[in-house]
Design a protein around this ligand. Structure first.
Ligand code: HEC
Length: 246
């Protein structure tokens, strides 16, 4: 039996497919704009760059305000050079509260708290409490694993269903079998790789490139299916079969 094609569809079915494809296309464009505006400018430069993507998932781990201060403007207040090593080691070990009390606090008392406590009246970070020092001591490690997990299951379900819907419509297109199968399956692969790459980027920033390539692949394969479908829905005429019968 001959496969069903777009030109075999009655008008109501054509309208249904067209409305669905247009809505999904608009949805995709909205998602792009949202992505751009929510990630742009992390690196304080206009536009979306690789650094923005790395900052989102990996974070900006180049240092903390506290480390920058004791290596820079506050360096002169450090009395013994090993005090700086102790503070940096504490930062690297993840700022445990216990060590703040036992090793860091005594150094601060010697060198910093005459200015950096509420008693001084200065509007500068309060280093006399753990909560206060945490504000200048946290390393930015990007989106938390918890948030990524939440986002990824929503994306997997949502995008999987959209890919299924677009693929079901596109199966009526008159194109080569392999081309059709490839365009149908690639979005599923792309979204899987994209989401996997979020987690990998958290671990190593080089995977930011994978996020971008997989995202682009998803966009291209969807655009291909949507545009071919819309075109064939309304412009492809059924081939003239009278010739082949003769
Ligand atoms: C004589 C007073 C004084 C002492 C002592 C002092 N600071 Fe400061 N500190 C300041 C002032 C004033 C500022 C705000 C102006 C600036 O950022 O340069 C500041 C700013 C800072 C900041 C914030 C930098 C930022 O990113 O905004 C940190 C962190 C800091 N100091 C850490 C320290 C540490 C650690 C010590 C002890 C080793 C110390 N300071 C000793 C006066 C002091």
């Amino acid at each position: 039996m001959r496969q069903r094609r777009f030109y075999d569809c009655p008008l109501n079915e054509k309208l249904l497919y067209t409305a669905f494809l247009l809505l999904m296309g608009i949805g995709y464009l909205m998602a792009l704009v949202y992505l751009y505006t929510s990630h742009e400018g992390h690196d304080r430069k206009a536009g979306l760059s690789m650094v923005d993507i790395v900052d989102t998932y990996y974070g900006n781990r180049s240092g903390t305000r506290l480390e920058a201060a004791i290596r820079g403007p506050m360096a002169g207040n450090i009395q013994k050079p090993e005090d700086r090593h102790v503070i940096v080691a504490w930062l690297k070990s993840g700022t445990p509260e216990q060590d703040y009390r036992t090793t860091v606090r005594p150094i601060l008392e010697r060198s910093c708290l005459q200015c950096h406590s509420p008693a001084s009246g200065l509007k500068i970070p309060d280093l006399s409490t753990y909560a206060g020092i945490r504000k200048v001591a946290n390393v930015d490690t990007g989106e938390s694993l918890h948030t990524l997990m939440k986002l990824s299951h929503i994306h997997l379900f949502g995008i999987g269903l959209v890919a299924l819907g677009i693929g079901l419509v596109f199966r009526l297109a008159s194109v080569g079998d392999w081309f059709k199968a490839t365009l149908m399956v690639l979005p599923f692969l792309a979204i899987f790789v994209d989401i996997l790459a979020w987690f990998l980027t958290k671990w190593d920033p080089v995977y930011a490139y994978t996020v971008v390539v997989a995202g682009a692949l998803l966009g291209l394969t969807w655009a291909g299916q949507i545009l071919i479908s819309l075109y064939q829905l309304w412009f492809l005429k059924a081939p003239d079969r009278t010739n082949s019968v003769n």
